[in-house]
Ligand binder design. Structure first.
Ligand code: NCD
Length: 324
């Protein structure tokens, strides 16, 4: 049976999901946190299922997190990295997807440097697809793990002031978080140099600041973003030193936020560029390690729901097609 609250085959983005669906994904994931802290870390939820991690972009943390999530649910997992695949030999994205699809996986987790590539691929396969990050578009499981981290620490999402700071222009993490946080009733501020603010962003309903001390005032959550040098063509920031001086999080700037404000960062961090080690490693205030931990639980929740939906949808299709 398809999940009654989240009946979709794919998770391609947060945009378009409603509060009930978001809360449901968080609720399904939450029990896995305690499970992952226990001694026996293998469940049977996905026994016999095949999960393929198809990564066209370098990643350690996200790929490992999905891999552990699948293994802990009892699934079989394989990892395909772009360097070892035939993509480098000129095979197209779609050919790769269709070839993999013919091997009957249950869920494909896909990361790709181009925005929209994961959706394109999802349209060509008959298994579930999770977007593990596409260009600067969306990274839905990151926003979900951020939301679960905030919900556990603050008890809610609605009404909180969340300041998202730094390289918003290139960040799929920021985009997925805007959609999620605004849908859940949080107040979202972005703080960035003008060159790193996407045009038209004000239409989403976020408040825009170019001054850290003003933007951080009374914030409940301070979410720092990595400066994504690999996506910058041209000069967006004058120098690391200059960037840190105006937009790097340190104690002095943090003092503008609420005294119990939570510090977050999706990783990997550029210490000394967007964040000072002194605040990143302050585990009273910083939830950065917790984000990584909860990421596995969220991916377990997502994989479990999608694999169930996929099986139900394919069973229905088989009946409709005369059992073929
Ligand atoms: C993020 C990503 O890849 O979008 N990292 C991650 O998922 N661990 C953020 C980033 O790379 O800055």
């Amino acid at each position: 049976m398809r999940d009654p609250v989240f009946p979709h085959r794919h998770l391609l983005g947060i945009e378009g999901l409603n509060p009930l669906e978001i809360n449901h994904l968080l609720d399904i994931s939450e029990p896995y946190i305690a499970f992952n802290r226990g001694p026996d870390k293998t469940a049977n939820d996905l026994r016999g299922r095949t999960i393929v991690n198809l990564f066209f972009e370098n990643s350690t943390r996200t790929r490992t997190s999905f891999e552990l999530a699948a293994l802990r649910l009892g699934a079989n997992v394989i990892n395909m990295q772009v360097e070892t695949s035939s993509v480098s030999k000129g095979e197209t994205l779609i050919d790769t997807a269709v070839t993999l699809n013919a091997m009957n996986p249950d869920v494909l987790v896909v990361r790709h440097p181009d925005s929209g590539a994961v959706k394109l691929l999802a349209d060509k396969v008959n298994c579930s697809v999770v977007n593990g990050g596409d260009g600067s578009h969306e990274h839905p499981t990151q926003a979900l793990l951020d939301a679960l981290t905030i919900r556990r620490r603050k008890g809610r999402l609605s009404g909180l002031i969340v300041a998202i700071c730094g390289d918003v222009l290139h960040s799929r993490v920021a985009r997925s978080n805007f959609h999620l946080l605004l849908t859940m009733g949080a107040r979202v501020r972005i703080i960035a140099p003008r060159t790193l603010i996407p045009s038209g962003i004000d239409q989403l309903g976020v408040e825009i600041f170019t001054d850290m001390s003003k933007g951080l005032k009374d914030a409940d959550i301070v979410m720092m973003l990595r400066v994504q040098n690999e996506r910058m063509r041209g000069s967006f920031i004058p120098s690391v030193r200059e960037y840190f001086r105006f937009f790097g999080l340190d104690r002095a700037k943090l003092s503008q936020a609420k005294p119990d404000a939570l510090i977050m960062h999706p990783g990997p961090m550029n210490r000394g560029t967007e964040i000072d080690s002194d605040v990143a490693d302050d585990y009273e205030r910083s939830a950065i390690r917790e984000q990584v931990e909860l990421g596995v639980a969220v991916r377990m929740g997502v994989l479990k729901i999608l694999a169930g939906n996929n099986a139900a949808l394919n069973a229905t299709a088989a009946v409709a097609g005369g059992g073929k």
